[in-house]
Design a protein around this ligand. Sequence first.
Ligand code: UDP
Length: 322
Amino acid sequence: MHDRKRILVTGGAGFLGSHLCERLVNEGNDVICMDNFRTSAKRNIRHLMDNNYFEFIRHDIIEPIFIECDQIYNLACPASPIWYQQDPIYTTKTSIYGAFNCLGIAKRTGARILQTSTSEVYGDPEMHPQKEEYRGNVNQIGPRACYDEGKRVAETLFFDYHRQHKVDIKVMRIFNTYGPRMDMGDGRVVSNFIVQALNGDDITIYGDGSQTRSFCYVDDLIEGMIRLMNSRDGFTGPVNIGNPGEFTIKELAEKVIEMTDSKSKIIYKELPVDDPTQRKPDISLARKELGWEPKIALEEGLKKTIEYFKGRIKELEEIEQK
Ligand code: UDP
């Protein structure tokens, strides 16, 4: 008999959350998706609404809630730099009160709980590639601190609940991820470049484009997340999940222009404050503990993402014409 679990996903209508909910439902679980739609969208979960094993609750995880479940994936938090900086106090509240409230549910129900932390806990890293032991270089009073420090305190809370109350925790550090259902307007580099290229607009590189990022396709990331949740007892992480392939932002711009056959020109804009100069995960721990590594190369993932954005642009044009 299938071991059907009741699983709570906070931030379940977001980019990553919606892919996770879909996978969990398809694998025969009973999924409770929670979201407040602050930086997510109903369209991301519309296709799941009729499924008997999918349930949606509109709730802000800043407020306590009582739910019975076997597992909790805590994804709720504005995650793109422009969104998390728009209301920084709210961003910190979401990370910290959200962690308290989710950990409270886990403590009461005995549910296993996974925290989606971030490579941002490493700040502008002086260690390259980043290993989990590295303690980071975050500017605690800079504009990114609301997200970075919020996520760092959330990690602290997870480990304190684990030590003090024996809560069964898993902590994952997510590196840059891309794919279908990224929000067009959230200012991320992959979505910005693809939409600019498809519309024939200028491609905006911030700084000189020599900063690096490592881009993981969403399906690979969700596989890593589910493996971590179901990893052996006693393995808590933190564990890096991301694609170690490293590209400069300029290389990404050129690849997107080539793949979309675009006539867009590259223009250079000011580099945002505290923008990390390089980022690349060391994934040896994920390989060893989870038997996980990404399978989808940048080009293959970009192809699927470009198709998705072509569809979104068409949808929006049709709505405008109505
Ligand atoms: N970036 C850029 N042009 C854009 C959007 C972003 O050059 O239109 C750069 C940004 O400055 C950063 C990198 O791309 O160096 C990744 O930015 P993103 O916001 O996607 O994520 P981050 O890794 O900074 O959280």
